[in-house]
Design a protein around this ligand. Structure first.
Ligand SMILES: Cc1ncc(COP(=O)(O)O)c(C=O)c1O
Length: 394
């Protein structure tokens, strides 16, 4: 056996054996290769707010260039605490309950590594944001999927209840939801919370789209429900709310004992998020309510454009109540499956989207669904419309 063959086998950990390339990033790569308009990956192609960019530049200019405190600069943690008081009447101790990290991505994996042991079960709603699978594998957890049923992506309360058992350590709740646009109602969250209390389980919530809600929908952090503070880990970030997905600044809100564990993992994983961008984050989180009102009405208009386009080309979908994606049903278009459809879209039509199956663990799930994102300039959305209309003449 050649030494190369030996090292190939020896140096790939079992932890990552089942990892596949992120389908979303693969679609982005294909989109670049074919010059297709990228409605796959959820990042805005328009500028971030000028005052936030200026704050970042000013922080670098003021030589805030060295490590911040590992769990986050004091100014950002204070701004986060103030914001949760203003928005949700939640009182957070910035010294003991807030950990700043490198985006929600790090917030989620640091939290899971801090609380999950190999063999523990984590409940996840399906379809899901694709990171939760690899996150679970990294901590040796067993995922348990509970379906959200189209068209409105409700879950069956009995099915959810049956997923809880003595091995369940946590449930991940992402609301407003990617990819479905579902915003969990208070009644649904209260039901989840009651199961968490009954089975002694943590609610780990991904609230990254908290301010992107439509038609009067309201975002409610599970942590704000009675009796849930001590069993909730809230993960959030600047990425979507302030259109800065490349800055990698996020945070985790958790009770002091859990924060203590999360901070240990975070410290050894990354030490900390970019110091000058944390300063800009402090300014961002202090923006007035009008910023968030404008954000959701602005995205509502982009959503209307996207929905109109899909209607024009005969792709059915459910109006999302939150986040900036449309999960659509392509069954009327007669493609063998979602992957074949998206390849056609990218290579022939000139638009990239994400095959629905990448949001499902079980075979066959999402095979007639495709996710489009609409966090794009109107000129991008308009161009995408012109390309997608070619589907009509197919
Ligand atoms: C539900 C959800 N969580 C987390 C992330 C990643 O967040 P961050 O950029 O803060 O790491 C995304 C990005 O698309 C997302 O959709």
């Amino acid at each position: 056996m050649s030494s190369t063959a030996v090292s190939r086998h020896r140096f790939r950990s079992r932890r990552i054996e089942k990892f596949t390339e992120s389908v979303i990033r693969e679609m982005t790569r294909l989109a670049m290769q074919y010059g297709a308009i990228n409605l796959a990956q959820g990042f805005p192609d328009f500028p971030a707010p000028a005052e936030i960019k200026q704050a970042a530049a000013a922080a670098i200019d003021a030589d805030i260039n060295q490590y911040a405190i590992t769990w986050g600069s004091r100014s950002l943690r204070r701004a986060i605490a103030d914001k949760y008081r203003r928005t949700y009447a939640m009182e957070l101790d910035p010294e003991r309950e807030i950990t700043v990290c490198c985006g929600a991505t790090e917030g989620m994996i640091a939290s899971l590594l801090a609380v999950i042991d190999p063999g523990d079960e984590i409940i996840q709603f399906e379809p899901f944001y694709e990171n939760y699978g690899p996150d679970s594998q990294l901590c040796g957890a067993q995922p348990r999927y509970v379906k959200m049923y189209a068209p409105d992506f409700t879950f069956d309360p009995d099915e959810l209840r049956r997923a809880f058992n003595s091995r369940t350590k946590a449930i991940i709740v992402n609301s407003p939801n990617n990819p479905t646009g579902k915003v969990f109602t208070r009644a649904e969250l209260e039901y989840i919370a009651s199961l968490c209390r009954e089975f002694d389980v943590l609610a780990i919530t991904d609230e990254i789209y908290e301010h992107i809600v439509y038609d009067g929908a309201a975002h409610i952090p599970i942590a704000s429900l009675p009796g849930m503070r001590e069993r909730s880990i809230l993960v959030n970030s600047m990425s979507k709310t302030y259109a800065v997905t490349g800055w990698r600044v996020g945070w985790v809100v958790a009770p002091p004992d859990l924060s203590d564990s999360i901070r240990k993992v975070h410290d050894f994983l990354t030490v900390g998020a970019a110091a000058p961008l944390q300063e800009a984050g402090a300014l961002a989180l202090s923006l007035p309510d009008s910023y968030y009102e404008h954000l959701s009405s602005d995205y509502a208009a982009r959503r209307a454009h996207m929905l109109e386009t899909l209607e024009m080309v005969g792709i059915r979908c459910v109006k999302p109540r939150g986040a900036y994606y449309v999960m659509s049903d392509i069954s009327a278009l007669n493609f063998s499956d979602d992957v074949a459809f998206v390849r056609h879209l990218i290579e022939i039509i000139g638009v990239a989207a994400v095959p629905g199956s990448s949001f499902y663990a079980q075979n066959g799930g999402g095979s007639q669904q495709v996710r489009f994102c609409f966090c794009k300039k109107y000129e991008t959305l308009e161009l995408a419309r012109r390309h997608l209309l070619k589907l009509n003449g197919r």
